[in-house]
Each structure stands twice: as C-alpha cells, then as structure tokens.
Design a protein around this ligand. Structure first.
Ligand code: UTP
Length: 289
C-alpha cells in the first residue's frame, strides 16, 4: 500500500528557543527566506504525499496563514510586475491539500500524533517532526516510504548520534538487513547512560501504521509528564514490525539555537541569490576568529 498521508506535529511550546518562539511558532522560524515548516511540507510533496495534517495549537495560526492566499500582497506583487515573487507566494496556497487540527493540551509528541487518528483512518502515514528540517537530494521521508512499501512494516528514520548526546534523544536496538536498512527490535526514549543499546537514534521522520493509535491510548506519560511517541513505537519494535533506514541528508534541529544557526549558515551558503555574497562575508569573518 502506498503512503499518501502525512502528519506534521507543530504544537510544541518550543521552550529551548525562547524568547523567539513566544509569539512566533518555532516551525515558522526562517532558514534564509523560507520558514522551517515550508521545507518540511515541500519534502512531503516531493515524496508523493497528497494530504497533510498539521497539528497546531493556540498561537500557531501563522502557519495556516503561510499556506493560504494573501490577496492584498498578491495584488500588489502583480501590479508592480514582480511576477516571480507573485508566483512563489501564490504557489504556497496550492502546495498540497493541508488540513489542521489543534492539540488542545501540550501533552507530548505521542499525544500530538494521536490527534491525527481520524485523519489517518486505516492507512499507513508519514510523520515529519515540525522542527526537524532535512536537506537532501532524495527527500528523506520518501526514503522511508520506499522501505515501508517494500517491507509493509513501520519505519523510523535513523542516524548515529554521539554517545554524550543520546540521553537527549533515544537509543535503538538494531540488526542490519542490507545497505542502510535495519531491523529495529527495541528503543528507549531519553536513555540513562547505562541503558544505551546503540548510537542509533530516531531523528525526525517515521512511517507508521494505524496500529500505533491503541498503543498511544495505553501509553502512560513519561518522567516529564509527556506521552512519548517512542514509548508506543517500542511495542511495535518488540513485535518485530519495525524497520529503520539511515537516511541520506543533513538534519537541522530548528528546536535548538545551535541547530538554527547551522541551518542558516549551511543553507545560506548554497542559496542561489545570496550564497556567493554570504560565502565571501563568512571568509572574512572566519579569518578574524
Ligand atoms: P519537541 O519535544 O522538540 O518540541 O517536539 P517542544 O516540546 O516544543 O520542545 P521544547 O523542549 O519545549 O523546546 C518535536 C515536535 O513535536 C511537536 C513540536 O512542535 C515539534 O515540532 N510537539 C511536541 C507537538 O506537536 N505537541 C507536543 O505536545 C509536543
């Protein structure tokens, strides 16, 4: 079965990027000239996703505005002969069929995904974390969708993470299958150093089946009071129904300040309009460091 639906959880409080995220959702923070969530929607569309559900909450209406028409702006751009910009702005309203649902209480990523239950129905679906931008020649979620279509099992996007960082991520038990594809048999969210199974962690993307919903309903909140998606996915891994792919692409964590800076520098360097000027500027700065 093909994966046609995607869920983008974007209802977190973004406390690690305050005060920037007080009134502006962190998913709307720009990387050069596009907000983070636009890169993510474009990745989903480039992978063949047809319907997207964005999980929002109070204060995230800027996200809806970004993917809607802006009649006054569009008229102004047209009348001042700014055809290119006009087309860019208009195309945002037609990127994909995007729907929204509010997560009424910030109860964690697992609860945010649970809010997609009626949108998902009985189909497999992709999850793209709203603050993880992945720049890749082959769209990252498309790489996971390929594995789902081949094996018919849930899939997590994985990368090797430095041991000292693992307690902020998760740790996976994996067996290699072929190339960059693994069988995932266990996972522990925010492990203690003594619990680390491997350096592989889930970073930003997964493809799930609707089996996740009853598991989420029975997942108790973790130490920090949030319902963790990983805790529910662990049961699927333990049943032997979870694959992992070490996807190609660079992931930027827009939920933390260093990640935002890295994204801006690296995407800025290859930007067609400002890349060259930015490179010269950085060379000058670097020489004085
Ligand atoms: P994070 O755990 O990185 O988001 O969730 P957060 O809670 O905003 O982070 P901090 O710790 O306060 O800085 C990953 C993704 O899941 C969404 C977030 O918006 C982010 O895109 N999320 C998280 C929800 O949609 N709902 C939640 O209850 C929690």
């Amino acid at each position: 079965m093909k994966v046609k639906k995607a869920v983008i959880p974007a209802a977190g409080l973004g406390t690690r990027v305050l005060p920037a995220s007080k009134a502006v959702p962190k998913e709307m923070l720009p990387i050069v000239d596009k907000p983070a969530i636009q890169y993510i929607v474009e990745e989903a569309v480039a992978s063949g996703i047809e319907d997207i559900l964005i999980i929002t909450n109070r204060g995230k209406s800027l996200i809806e505005d970004h993917f809607d028409h802006a009649p006054e702006l569009e008229e102004k751009l047209l009348s001042s002969q700014k055809q290119d910009l006009y087309e860019q702005v208009v195309s945002l309203a037609h990127l994909c069929n995007i729907q929204y649902v509010r997560q009424k209480e910030t109860r964690g990523l697992g609860h945010a995904v649970w809010c997609a239950k009626s949108f998902v129905g009985n189909e497999p679906f992709a999850v793209l974390y709203g603050d993880d931008v992945i720049i890749s020649d082959k769209p990252a979620i498309g790489q996971l969708m390929g594995v789902y279509e081949e094996y018919g099992k849930s899939v997590v996007g994985i990368k090797s993470v430095a041991t000292e960082l693992l307690p902020s991520y998760c740790t996976l038990g994996v067996n290699p299958v072929r190339d960059n594809i693994y069988d995932v048999f266990d996972m522990i969210e925010k492990p203690l150093p003594s619990e680390i199974i491997s350096n592989f962690a889930i970073l930003g993307r997964c493809v799930l089946t609707p089996d996740i919903f009853p598991l989420l309903e029975n997942t108790p909140p973790s130490r920090n009071g949030e319902i963790q998606l990983t805790d529910a996915m662990r049961a699927i891994a333990k049943q032997g129904n979870m694959m992992g792919i070490e996807y190609s692409g660079v992931r930027y964590d827009m939920g933390n300040k260093l990640g935002i800076l890295q994204a801006i520098v690296e995407v800025g360097l290859s930007h067609p309009e400002v890349g060259e000027g930015f490179r010269n500027y950085l060379r000058g700065i670097a020489a004085s460091l």
